[in-house]
Design a protein around this ligand. Structure first.
Ligand SMILES: Cc1cc2nc3c(=O)[nH]c(=O)nc-3n(C[C@H](O)[C@H](O)[C@H](O)COP(=O)(O)O)c2cc1C
Length: 191
């Protein structure tokens, strides 16, 4: 069982986070959830989820919520081992804070910890069009070791539903984390 931190911020695409959490828990991994105030808002607006603890639709020991404002949480310390972190979706605001090295909430602190400890940090931005400022911030984070994985699903797998598009992106996030998964939307397979 791996311990994966899932941070949800106030960008559109909360469905990516719910599907990702479902896949992680479905594969037997523990999801450590941190949700920003605007992330909560978009979870409600886009997915009808009032409480992040209901992200999996049922109570599960594989979903643990950590308080956004609690900078004394275990996840704030580099001495506490995790197996990676995903910010999905990642707002321009949180990306800017990360690029500046800010650590004033548990999402930014935990992401900083993942960078400084050389652990996997996957950022899933969703803003279009965007600015040179945001692109420079993303480039800065990529230079510091983050994997920038824009929320831009591919179409070569011939999606027929919105869930197909969501699954495509979730599969790429799981690949980036090095987690095996049953989502088979690949271009092909080498024999
Ligand atoms: C309906 C709605 C949709 C939004 N979509 C995005 C988005 O796709 N990308 C983004 O960067 N910000 C988006 N925002 C703006 C962010 O929520 C806002 O910048 C906020 O400060 C982000 O805070 P956070 O980083 O603490 O979650 C959206 C806001 C609203 C109300």
């Amino acid at each position: 069982m791996k311990h994966i931190v899932l941070a949800i911020t106030g960008a559109s695409g909360a469905c990516y986070a719910t599907s990702l959490a479902g896949q992680l828990a479905g594969c037997g991994h523990k999801v450590h959830l941190i949700v920003s105030p605007m992330g909560r808002r978009l979870l409600q607006d886009e997915c009808g989820i009032d409480e992040p603890s209901g992200l999996l639709g049922e109570t599960s020991p594989l979903l643990v919520e950590h308080a956004y404002a609690d900078l004394a949480d275990l996840l704030a310390s580099g001495s506490v081992a995790t197996d990676g972190m995903v910010v999905c979706p990642a707002s321009v605001n949180t990306i800017a804070a990360l690029a500046a090295g800010l650590c004033d909430n548990l999402i930014t602190r935990c992401a900083f910890v993942h960078l400084k400890e050389r652990r996997k940090l996957v950022l899933v931005p969703r803003e279009t069009p965007t600015t040179a400022i945001d692109l420079e911030n993303q480039a800065r984070l990529a230079g510091a070791g983050a994997i920038v994985l824009p929320a831009s699903p591919g179409f070569y797998a011939k999606p027929s539903t919105i869930q197909d598009l969501v699954d495509f992106l979730v599969a790429r996030i799981l690949d980036a984390l090095g987690i095996e998964h049953p989502l088979g939307q690949r271009y092909g397979k080498l024999e």
